[in-house]
Design a binder for this molecule. Structure first.
Ligand SMILES: Nc1ncnc2c1ncn2[C@@H]1O[C@H](COP(=O)(O)OP(=O)(O)OP(=O)(O)O)[C@@H](O)[C@H]1O
Ligand SMILES: [Mg+2]
Length: 344
């Protein structure tokens, strides 16, 4: 398990001290993926550099299976740093070396004997699906393939944490999907703890178990992906599955935001509101999609023929968390027309 405790990082510049990380607490269990998201300048890359110990935190701890790496230096740091494998946006391969030589580099630096090294490199390339490209040069590979070589190299020293800093940024959707599938298999098969730093919400939704929203050097929100999406008040949840609230159509009494909370939601719940409770339902917007642990969804519906409290209660019984639209949006009907006011 990886624990980050009260991590602070500042830089002293000509303009004075810049406090970038202001007390980050994060815990990543073996066999789980935590995504770190946040706006540009939030401190994501700084956090990544501190976790991989490329930079020394100003204060705080980075514990790998209980051992604090942040206080080490020199030889001890180099030895313990093996517990953390890092993959970068541009895979950072050496152009004049073959794929196999690139993957072998960390092993060579460690003085692993030749035949063991060959065996391990073959195993790693097999793992990332590139056994047949061992003798190619990075320039002969696609971006996605290069990234997989980078993953093989990061795995060479059997890390317990894999840290990915924007590893899928700039890849096309198919290559991204392959990398995500690979990361998910590493989590499950090798029991790796994975920290995924990314600005791509699609990536987070498909693969993360937990999500930390970094803002201004602090963790603004942190929790299980499912819980964040199912919480209508969660800012991160609404970024993961955005809603575009529409007007309450004329003829409907009120609107609800419905978040899928349970894992087994009857997909015909909308028609059941009609057939079992006599409601008329307008689907106003939303996203529903399959996820590893059941369906994720957030939708907006307009309703009539049923009371608001009753509708919320019925939906709750079906594993759907409904909240009145009116908390954030007030609708007024004037001459059959709908006017909408957004209060912030
Ligand atoms: N070496 C440094 N010296 C001074 N300030 C720095 C240094 N490195 C980063 N910063 C500042 O720290 C803040 C966070 O930078 P960081 O690169 O961690 O953001 P980020 O979340 O990765 O952003 P992006 O999404 O754009 O990559 C920025 O305001 C940046 O200017
Ligand atoms: Mg960055």
């Amino acid at each position: 398990m990886i624990e980050i405790r009260q991590l602070h990082k500042h830089y002293d510049t000509a303009q004075g001290r810049v406090q970038v990380l202001k007390g980050i607490d994060l815990e990543v269990q073996a066999g789980s993926i935590t995504a770190v998201v946040g706006p540009s300048g939030a401190g994501k890359s700084t956090l990544s550099h501190c976790i991989s110990l490329l930079e020394k935190p100003s204060s705080g701890q980075i514990l790998v299976d209980g051992k604090d790496l942040s206080i080490l230096s020199g030889k001890a740091l180099r030895a313990e740093r093996r517990a953390i494998g890092t993959i970068f946006q541009n895979s950072a391969l050496l152009r004049r070396m073959t794929v196999a030589e690139n993957v072998a580099l960390p092993l060579r630096n460690l003085g692993v004997v030749h035949h063991e090294m060959e065996h391990r490199v073959a195993e790693l390339l097999e793992r990332v699906g590139l056994a047949d490209r061992a003798n190619s040069y990075p320039g002969e590979l696609s971006g996605g393939q290069r990234q997989r070589v980078g993953i093989a190299r990061a795995l060479a020293l059997r890390p317990r944490l894999l840290l990915s800093d924007e590893a899928t940024s700039g890849l096309d959707p198919e290559a991204t999907a392959q990398i995500l599938e690979l990361l998910a298999s590493l989590r499950t098969d090798l029991g790796l703890a994975i920290i995924l730093i990314t600005h791509e919400m699609d990536v987070v939704r498909h693969i993360a178990d937990r999500v930390a929203q970094l803002d201004g050097g602090r963790i603004a929100e942190y929790g299980e992906l499912r819980a964040l999406v199912a919480n209508p008040e969660s800012v991160t949840g609404s970024k993961l599955l955005p809603l575009h609230p529409d007007l309450v159509p004329a003829g409907y009494d009120f609107a609800l935001t419905v978040a899928y909370r349970g894992t087994q939601i009857d997909p015909s719940w909308i028609s059941k509101l009609g057939s079992e409770y006599g409601a008329t339902v307008a689907l106003l917007g939303g996203s529903v999609e399959a996820h590893q642990e059941g369906t994720l969804g957030r939708v907006e519906i307009g309703l009539s023929g049923i009371g608001e409290a009753r509708a919320i209660e019925v939906l709750d019984g079906w594993g759907l968390h409904a909240t009145a639209h009116s908390q954030a949006l007030r609708t007024d009907k004037i001459n059959g027309e709908t006017r909408i006011e957004v209060t912030v």
